[in-house]
Write a protein that binds this ligand. Structure first.
Ligand code: PLP
Length: 462
């Protein structure tokens, strides 16, 4: 390190004005530019002081500055390409919305809306009116309410219906969903007392029956949405549980989780209980997510008997977990698709992806392969391989959906390719198997193919 090197470092002001000259003024906020230029110069200075060999030419520092400012100025929450084959991918935002929902959100967010106003009378209205009629129509329930997410729906329902009283749950249904939702802990937070019955693998009707006391507020059934148990198992059917509740005058609450409104078996998928079935079976309260199999925005939906839904709606906690206008817009538009369930299979991305026949996916993969082969150097190998896609999002853990993926291998290790595609904007997420990068086509949305081709072209040109 020489004193001259240190002295020759460009000033922050000079770097900033040079970048503005080259990229145009006003492209990035000036305070951000100054902050980043300071960081770049400071880092160069520190490395010189440690006698590291550093390229401190203005050109290099300018490149560093441009990279830093571009990354800091871009939004970290942004669109991504899901080529993992996991449909309801919690880390990639769960359900993509249908076109109608996207349009509804765009319209409502751009200006004022009829969120809480009765258009006819001009008087104050209630926001849940935008989804309650649809939810009751689709599920057969008397009343409905929506909150921020299903975890909140469960907490709120327990707080409103069982605070200071007992709730009976089978030991086989004390689930944990994604780490932070654990039924015993949610129960404790609601102020209800958990009464566990049965064993991990077997719970009988008499177990529930014996646990009932004058303090019992609810019999709670929880759908094992993200795991399954096999072997020497027994659980009480919903019909028997409802029958017991009726005889003893205790309401049944069912946390369904997945929120399926269509019969998945019609598309060759495994059976998943629907909300309609839970309502028809006689559950007083049913809770489920809006952004799992329902294919809508993040939401927690509560349907059931009017007097219980009313108690939930008027509980003080309801306000703390209420849904915002954008979610109402998206949810109403999503639910509307289900008025004709056949149409829902073709308009909702989650259902489209679930129902896509393997043959169709093979064709899609072959088309993408042809485009990729034309884009990458000849040493690269791009082939189409059969894969197994998953539903994800803690739904249908046993469903294995036959799918197809592009298997890509380049002269470099697959990790390198995986990371480089993740660094692309928009990022492309695949997975590595057998030393290859796999891009599953079951979870691609229209237009994603172009992004993938472009991302690979960029990888090669850089
Ligand atoms: C997913 C799930 C939840 C939590 O729902 P979120 O919408 O993620 O808050 C609760 N219970 C069950 C059974 C679930 O599957």
């Amino acid at each position: 390190m020489s004193a001259a090197d240190l002295r020759n470092l460009p000033s922050v002001e000079r770097l900033v004005s040079q970048l503005e000259q080259e990229d145009g003024t006003g492209r990035y906020p000036r305070p951000l530019l100054v902050e980043c230029a300071r960081a770049v110069v400071e880092q160069a200075r520190r490395r010189l002081l440690r006698s590291e060999t550093v390229d401190t030419t203005p050109r290099t520092l300018l490149t560093d500055l441009r990279a830093l400012v571009t990354s800091r100025a871009s939004l970290s929450l942004a669109r991504a390409v899901n080529a993992t084959g996991i449909i309801v991918h919690t880390n990639l935002g769960r359900a993509p919305l249908c076109d109608a929902a996207v349009r509804a959100v765009a319209e409502v967010m751009a200006g004022y809306s009829t969120l809480e106003i009765d258009v006819e009378s001009g008087r104050r209205g209630a926001r849940h009116q935008h989804v309650e009629p649809l939810l009751t129509r689709l599920t057969g329930a008397e009343a409905a309410f929506a909150v921020n997410n299903n975890a909140a729906a469960v907490l709120l329902a327990l707080a409103a219906l069982a605070h200071g009283r007992q709730v009976i749950v089978s030991r086989g249904e004390l689930v944990e969903i994604g780490g932070s939702f654990r039924m015993p802990e949610v129960m404790a937070q609601s102020g209800a007392t958990l009464v566990e019955v049965g064993t991990t693998n077997r719970t009988h009707l008499r177990d529930y029956e014996r646990a009932i006391s004058p303090d019992t507020a609810l019999l709670l059934k929880v759908h094992r949405s993200n795991f399954s148990i096999r072997g020497f198992v027994a659980e009480v059917s919903l019909a028997d549980l409802v029958d017991l509740g009726r005889r003893r005058g205790i309401p049944i609450m069912f946390d369904l989780g997945s929120g399926c409104l269509v019969d998945l078996r019609t598309r060759g998928l495994p059976y998943e209980p629907t909300v309609q079935e839970a309502v028809t079976a006689g559950c007083e309260i049913v809770t489920f997510s809006g952004d799992k199999l329902l294919g809508g925005p993040q939401a927690g939906l509560i349907v059931g008997r009017a007097k219980f839904v009313e108690a939930i709606r008027s509980h003080p906690l309801a306000r703390t977990v209420r849904m915002d206008k954008l979610d109402y817009a998206a949810l109403a538009a999503t639910l509307q698709q289900y008025v004709d369930p056949e149409a829902a299979w073709s308009s909702l991305p989650v259902l489209q992806m679930l129902g896509a026949p393997a043959e169709q996916l093979r064709e899609r993969a072959e088309q993408l392969r042809d485009a990729l082969v034309a884009a990458v150097p000849s040493m690269w190998r791009v082939t189409v391989r059969p894969t197994v896609a998953e539903v994800g999002g803690g739904s249908l853990p046993e469903a294995h959906l036959p799918s197809f993926a592009l298997a890509i291998s380049s002269p470099k290790p697959p990790n390198w390719l995986e990371q480089t595609l993740r660094a692309h904007r928009p990022p492309v997420f695949g997975r590595i198997a057998e030393e290859m990068l796999l891009l599953d086509v079951r979870t691609l949305l229209p237009g994603d193919e172009n992004i993938i081709v472009e991302a690979l072209r960029k990888v090669i040109s850089d």
